[in-house]
Design a protein. Structure first.
Lengths: 282, 295
């Protein structure tokens, strides 16, 4: 198994070497230990409109990776490519290779893939069901009906999302009785209940007040201990607080910079990234 | 000076035109309103005295000159409920397909046009198709079943449209949430989309029942019994009679036209009350659902 993995790695590397900007991408991929997802030459189109251009990136297995960039640069699209959620948009098309668990995830079954890669959306989107049923939704997809096991999973997920103490006495209440921040943590718990390997977060705090986003950031940091997290944000301060590494996309969907958060923020290689960071910090 | 005058004149003319238009339009809309009020008052005045416990619970007697209309009330209820039972599965199926699976393409457009055209087909045509298809070809005979199936064809477009609207009103974020958790499309529809859309679908069903219960032509040849040897239906293959067809029979075919007048108005009154109640139910339901909606 391991041998095969190495073999593939070399194959991939060879293929990459034949490309013109191979070296640069190789650096981006390997500077940072073990990766969980390897994106190779990803192009993305909505109809004829190209949103991502030749993005190559190895996402670290450990910690939180932030994807940043000006609005319209395709950062949400990049995130939605990783769990194939872009497919709900008619005319959306991805070209390239994204290796996850030794397979090209663009060619696997999206339903199976989404069991392993969870997602939290920009606006909290709990189902119009009870708090319990919201969290139990994922396990039930897998056919789990045992009440005690379900209750255990729900409690565990709610604890990990730091929501348990607030809702343990009213699990049967509607999810809409919760505040916005609680709803978002409920959505995190819902994603966690199926034990995904990766959690994708699409600007999870943009619809929340500062206090609620602070709690989400805190939860995110804690969750990073147990799974890989990829978070899209347009908030530089947030990226600085929450992430270990940062990928910066620029308008036109080009990956301009990728590295440990600290070094990208303090000493960006790319002039345009430096301008972007300066502009945002004021 | 002249320009001033001209402007004043044209303003005057404009306001006069405006005044005329508003008055005409107002009279037009009042006319519609008064017409409704007139019908209501007329029917209540003529029909209410006929209503009694006996009228609602006994069968017609003495060649329809006396007695009540209980079999007709029951027949109407059976026919409309039956039509809903027959139509709802088809309507739900096509609404789900149209709103969830079919994105575009000429065949979807063709189906949509077909459904909309179905809504415009005169009801007597449904009646004749019902005779050919259900009574003769499928050999259901003149029966409750044939009548319910014919009414079902008639209410199909209303139901499909209501169900499709209810399904489309389910926010996309719910769908995304379910899909992102690894649900298949069908699982998502079953567990999130349909439960959210059910109140809307129910409202549509009640409205379609209100429409179907007033129909005469579709059931006239497919379900209606003229001589009431056995007034209460005993199976889905029994003949039945309904409120509107009973009225048509009393006014057009019964020789004792003048004697049965109170019963005629009583029948109209009951029919009107039933339709009003159905519509009210739908309205109350809809507002309650809207208020409860939290997204």
């Amino acid at each position: 198994m391991v041998e095969r993995a190495e073999h593939r790695e070399i194959d991939v590397a060879k293929e990459r070497d034949s490309q013109v900007d191979a070296t640069r991408a190789w650096v981006k991929r390997t500077f940072y230990g073990e990766t969980i997802i390897d994106i190779w030459d990803l192009d993305f189109f909505y109809g004829k409109n190209q949103v991502l251009r030749n993005v190559s990136l190895g996402i670290p297995k450990d910690g939180v990776t932030a994807i940043m960039g000006p609005s319209g640069c395709g950062k949400s699209t990049l995130l939605r490519t990783l769990n194939r959620m872009y497919e709900v948009v008619p005319g959306a098309r991805a070209r390239g290779r994204i290796v996850f668990e030794e397979e090209d995830l663009l060619k696997t079954d999206p339903v199976v893939l989404r069991h392993k890669i969870g997602m939290v959306f920009q606006r909290p989107n709990p189902f119009p069901k009870s708090i319990f049923d919201n969290v139990a939704y994922g396990p039930r997809i897998h056919g789990l009906r045992n009440r005690r096991k379900l209750a255990g999973l729900v409690e565990g997920a709610l604890r990990r999302a730091a929501l348990w103490d607030e809702v343990k006495d009213r699990l049967k209440d509607s999810a809409f009785s919760l505040s916005g921040g609680q709803q978002q943590r409920l959505c995190i718990a819902r994603a966690l209940a199926v034990y995904p390997r990766i959690l994708l977060m699409d600007e999870p705090c943009s619809a929340l007040d500062p206090k609620a986003s602070d709690r989400i950031e805190h939860t995110t940091r804690e969750l990073a201990e147990e799974l890989s997290i990829i978070i899209v944000t347009h908030n530089l301060q947030q990226a600085g607080r929450v992430s270990d590494s940062v990928a910066v996309l620029l308008a036109g969907g080009e990956l301009a910079e990728f590295g440990p958060t600290r070094s990208v923020f303090e000493d960006p290689e790319d002039e345009r990234v430096a301008n972007y960071l300066r502009g945002r910090f004021g | 000076m002249q320009a001033d005058q001209q402007e004043g004149f044209s303003r005057q003319k404009r306001s006069a035109a405006q005044w005329t238009a508003f008055s005409l339009l107002g009279i037009g809309s009042l006319f519609g309103f008064f017409f409704l009020v007139f019908i209501l008052i007329w029917i209540i005045k003529q029909g209410a005295p006929a209503i009694s416990w006996e009228f609602l619970t006994t069968k017609p007697m003495d060649m329809d000159r006396a007695g009540g209309i209980a079999p007709m009330i029951l027949g109407s209820v059976y026919l409309t409920l039956g039509s809903l039972v027959v139509a709802l599965p088809f309507a739900l199926g096509s609404a789900i397909w149209l709103s969830e699976y079919a994105w575009k393409g000429w065949w979807v457009r063709a189906i949509r046009i077909g459904v909309n055209t179905l809504a415009g087909v005169p009801s007597i045509v449904f009646g004749l198709v019902g005779v050919g298809l259900f009574v003769v070809a499928l050999n259901f005979g003149v029966s409750l079943l044939s009548g319910a199936c014919t009414l079902a064809m008639l209410s199909l477009p209303i139901l499909i449209r209501a169900a499709e609207e209810a399904l489309r009103a389910v926010p996309g974020s719910f769908r995304e949430g379910a899909l992102a958790l690894g649900a298949t499309r069908w699982y998502m529809i079953r567990t999130v989309v349909l439960p959210t859309a059910i109140p809307g679908i129910l409202t549509g069903s009640v409205l379609s029942m209100a429409r179907a219960i007033g129909e005469t032509a579709p059931i006239w040849f497919t379900a209606v019994a003229f001589s009431m040897n056995q007034p209460y239906p005993t199976s889905i293959f029994s003949r039945v009679t309904a409120l509107p067809t009973h009225l048509l029979y009393l006014t057009q075919y019964n020789p004792h036209y003048n004697v049965t007048k109170p019963i005629q108005y009583g029948t109209v009154f009951v029919l009107m009350i039933v339709v009003t109640l159905l519509n009210l139910t739908a309205i109350v339901w809809r507002t309650r659902v809207r208020r409860k909606k939290a997204w």
